[in-house]
Structure formats: structure tokens, C-alpha cells
Design a binder for this molecule. Sequence first.
Ligand SMILES: C[S@@+](CC[C@H](N)C(=O)[O-])C[C@H]1O[C@@H](n2cnc3c(N)ncnc32)[C@H](O)[C@@H]1O
Length: 379
Amino acid sequence: MKKDKFIAKTLAGLEGVLFEELKKTGAENISKGNRAVFFEGDKKVLYRANFNLRTALRILKQIHSFKFNNVDDFYKKCFEFNWDEFMNVKNSFAVYSTVFNSKEFRNSMFVSLKMKDAIVDFFRGKTGKRPNVDSEKPEIILNVHISENDCSISLDSSGESLHKRGYRVAQNEAPLSEILAAGMILLSGWKGESDFIDPMCGSGTLPIEAVLIATNTPPGIFRKEFAFEKWSDFEPELFTEISEEAEPVKLKKQIYASDISPRNIGIARSNARNAHVFNYINFSVTDFNDLKIKTNGSTFIINPPYGERLNFKDLEQTYSMIGERLKHQYPGNTAWILSSSKGLFNKIGLKYSEKHQLYNGALLCDFRKYDLFTGKRNG
Ligand SMILES: C[S@@+](CC[C@H](N)C(=O)[O-])C[C@H]1O[C@@H](n2cnc3c(N)ncnc32)[C@H](O)[C@@H]1O
């Protein structure tokens, strides 16, 4: 099968886990970039990447690259490309662009416009008809990346971002992206061999992703469609085969999800039901201060509030309660905490043993690991 070059886009800080995930797809020549992982592979690898990867936002297939001198030269090189290979005049299409350090193009809209003109002119010249531009539901999605005078053109094989798994029916005010939640769990090294506890679960993203990881359920099962299904080279039988590859694994340990807010637990339950994992999660409305789970060697992943809604004094109290509870109620376990506030981390009062930097939306966060020993080591 023909091999192509691909780019898997991800969130800052998740390049390493995405790299590891890609190794299991049969991808070759995998290398890490900035918020991206590059790889090569055939159509099977492309389908697997879209269907199985938990930490990719989208998968782009590189189809053309060139250097250009000026805007006219850019148009000419786009016009001369053999678009027939990737789309036909009946396909609707959209072009999305990013521009870095270009003297010729000050804004990405202009790049998209020039590229659209070139494609329309290409087909009009050949067939007398023009393909439609559709920004709502395009069949063919093109990505143009310009850096100085280098242009790289890719086909977006995913369409809607892969973080939109399709199981979320409702959300609380600050849900984690499914990709960030899966990335945090993979960074923690948890694979289902011990209990998993999220005592501030909000809409339930972490426990739901944890069940999917532990049961080897591909996130793609929830998706209604991928953009590559509209491509002329789409092989439905091959895709069906790929989507049935994953061997289910029985959940061995407990997944606990609790929150102080009854409303949020209601939302988490609906989402879990929609993801068909409701029966795997022990939900409860509980203040973490009152939570008592008998567990050992387990992983806590906590995404406490750090938002605008609570005043800082309340947040400080919440963080010192978290530290106090972890230390006294849960020695012998491991806790990971995501927060954007160094001041609030200090309130936890425990020493961390590992740290990753991640973005929750636009917020730069630390994701810190705490080994919960008894005695002095935790200060
Ligand atoms: C940032 S949100 C968690 C979002 C969640 N990770 C998601 O994906 O939806 C923080 C959550 O902590 C909960 N919370 C705040 N104080 C709490 C406490 N003392 N005990 C338990 N939950 C608490 C809030 O109700 C809120 O749902």
C-alpha cells in the first residue's frame, strides 16, 4: 500500500504521549514537533490514527509543498498542482491557513482566498464548471501552512476536531477537553491496573476517558464521521476492518468519580451513560473532605477549581483541604493535580515528584505528581 506523510496535531505537552500512541498504529519514521507529531504510513495507519488515537486533535495528510517568491508565484504553483488526484469538481471544499513570518502574506485569510481562486480556476479551465466553497460542511478540507516562503498543503483527514468524541451531552462550566483528560491519564502512566479516583469530577471527563483507556475502547467508536470518508480513495471495508481491530479488555479495578455538586454529578452521569461506561463508574455526590475510599496503590487525578467563580480565600481553603486529605486519608497512593496557580499549589503543602506543563484552553497549567507516603517525606 502507498505510504504518505502525515502530521498529527495535538496540545502542547502531549507530544510525548501521542508519539507513544502512534507507535501502536504501525506508523513509521515518527518524530516529535511542536504541538504535532510527524509520521509516515499507509491508509491503514491513517484510519487507525483517526480511530484509535486519544491525544490527537486531527490528522493531516501532506499532499504538496513548494517555495514561492511572491503572491502571483504562490497562485501559479497552486494552480499548476494536480488537484484531480484529491478532489473533483463536484466536491465542496474549504481552505484553512496559518502564516508565520511571511513578507508576502500578512494574513491567513488572503492565503486561503488565493488558494481557493487557484483551485476554482484549475477546475473551471478543465471542466468549465467550478467546485463550491463551503465553510459549513465541506467535503474536502485543505490546510495551508506558510512559513516565510515555504508552503505546505495538507488534506485534513479528521474533519471536526477529534476531541469531540461525541459522548458529551452536557457540560459543567469548566470541562476538560477529552484530549487533555486522556493525555493526563496517559502521562500519569495509569492503565487500569489499580483503582482510579477523581474526587472533583465535574462533568466526568477524566473517569470516562479512564474507562475507555482501561477497557481498550477506541475513542473513534463514538464518532459519526471522519473527513477521509469523503475522499475518492476511501475504502469502507478496510475502515470497517480497522474499526473492529481493538480487543476489549475487562475492567479489573474500580473507577470512582465524585463531586460536591449534585448538578455536576448529574451531568457526569449523563455523559457516562452516553459513552456506555455508566456501569463502570462509582459516582457519588460527596465533598472531598468527607470522601472515604479504602484503596492502596491507586491513582487520583484531580482538576480542582482555579477559576474566576470562587474567591481566592475559598480556593486556598480547598487546596489545603486537598493536601491534608491526601496526606492523612490516602497514604500509599499517588495523586496528580492540574492547576494554573502556583500560589494554590503551595497551599497543598506536599512535595511533588514530577511535573508537566500543559494548557487547559489558554491557561498554562502544571500537572504535578505527589507520591503519598506516610511520615516526613511529604513535609
Ligand atoms: C474544574 S472543575 C472539574 C472539571 C472536570 N475535570 C470536567 O472535565 O468537567 C472542578 C470541580 O470541583 C468541584 N469541587 C469544588 N470543591 C469541591 C469539594 N470540596 N469536593 C468535591 N468537589 C469539589 C466543583 O464542583 C467542580 O465540578
